[in-house]
Design a protein around this ligand. Structure first.
Ligand SMILES: Nc1ncnc2c1ncn2[C@@H]1O[C@H](COP(=O)(O)OP(=O)(O)OP(=O)(O)O)[C@@H](O)[C@H]1O
Length: 296
């Protein structure tokens, strides 16, 4: 079942200061030709809570994600993570600073085993440092430690039995778990999940949501982009809504998803968008799906 954060939350106002911000974004703009994809004045993400980033297709969510994690560069703007400015840093240095994003399993990664996928995500792989790669002892000790860590994380996600299977043979939900597991190899402070529920069988959704909440309960900050509004309503502590590049609303899910500005933003793009209704999350059904998943 859903658990809630124990953190004190901010005022549900766009750009509101947060009690303990881990990420602070200022004046970030990204244009593609004549089109402004992202135009965020001020946004703070609170440490230790689950924040969902939602909005209609083309709202700029992925572009903002790419900018913040160093995989794209803005025309202008600054942002800081954990008190340090990180605008302009590469994806690798952002990850080293503790902000890690998940990636969808590519074709190349699908041809590697689950364990190999995990080991590729190992930080400070000695092979990256030329002089260390000459020392077989350092190499082997590092590999053993990385493998032990990978297996521990795989066990947590119930993927340990799949360690030698090709990642490409995993189900949609198991792939999402592997993406999360890979990100944890670097011991992040903040994890950014790109559509964690996309392509996930309903029977696995609850288990995935539980894993995301567990990360938050261990003190990690979670920011995720998601189209599944039931999942957003169910696990987010805070929701940030984007439309046409801007943040148009933010606040707790219960209030923000019935905010007229949010409904308008969605209705402008999709007349049939369902912003998630808790009545549809039948607790008995969820419990049954969860126990079926446990038995598998
Ligand atoms: N590399 C690019 N070149 C040109 N335009 C781009 C590029 N990347 C994104 N855009 C445009 O920027 C806008 C924002 O796109 P973005 O993918 O960030 O939206 P989104 O909110 O993530 O949408 P979705 O929910 O559909 O993934 C869109 O109009 C998109 O077409």
């Amino acid at each position: 079942m859903a658990t809630e954060t124990t953190a004190t939350l901010a005022e549900p106002v766009v750009g509101s200061p947060k009690p303990d911000p881990i990420l602070v974004v200022d004046g970030v703009q990204r244009r593609f030709g004549g089109m402004t994809a992202v135009d965020v004045d001020h946004l703070e993400v609170q440490r230790g809570v689950i924040t969902a980033l939602i909005g209609p297709n083309g709202a700029g969510k992925t572009t903002l994600f790419n900018l913040l994690t160093g995989f794209d560069q803005p025309g202008q703007g600054t942002w800081s993570f954990d008190g340090r400015p990180i605008a302009g840093k590469s994806g690798a240095s952002v990850a080293r600073a503790g902000m890690v994003r998940t990636f969808q399993l590519t074709k190349a990664l699908s041809r590697l085993t689950v364990l190999q996928n995990m080991l590729l995500a190992t930080p400070h792989h000695p092979g990256e440092r030329f002089w260390l790669s000459w020392l077989p002892f350092t190499w082997r000790a590092h590999e053993r430690a990385a493998e032990a860590k990978a297996l521990e994380i795989l066990e947590r996600f119930k993927l340990d039995a799949k360690r030698d299977d090709y990642a490409g043979s995993l189900s949609g939900g198991q792939r999402k778990l592997l993406e999360m597991a890979r990100a944890l190899m670097t011991d992040p402070t903040m994890i950014m999940l790109d559509e964690p529920m996309a392509g996930v069988n309903p029977a696995l959704v609850q288990s995935l949501l539980g894993h995301v909440q567990a990360l938050r309960d261990e003190g990690m900050t979670v920011l995720f982009v998601e189209h599944d509004m039931h999942a957003v309503r169910h696990i987010s502590d805070w929701v940030v809504v984007m439309a046409e590049g801007r943040v148009v609303a933010e606040g707790p899910p219960s209030s923000v998803m019935s905010d007229p500005a949010v409904v308008d933003a969605y209705l402008g793009a999709h007349h049939d968008t369902d912003l998630g209704d808790d009545a549809l999350l039948d607790p008995a059904m969820l419990a049954r799906l969860e126990s079926e998943e446990e038995k598998r």
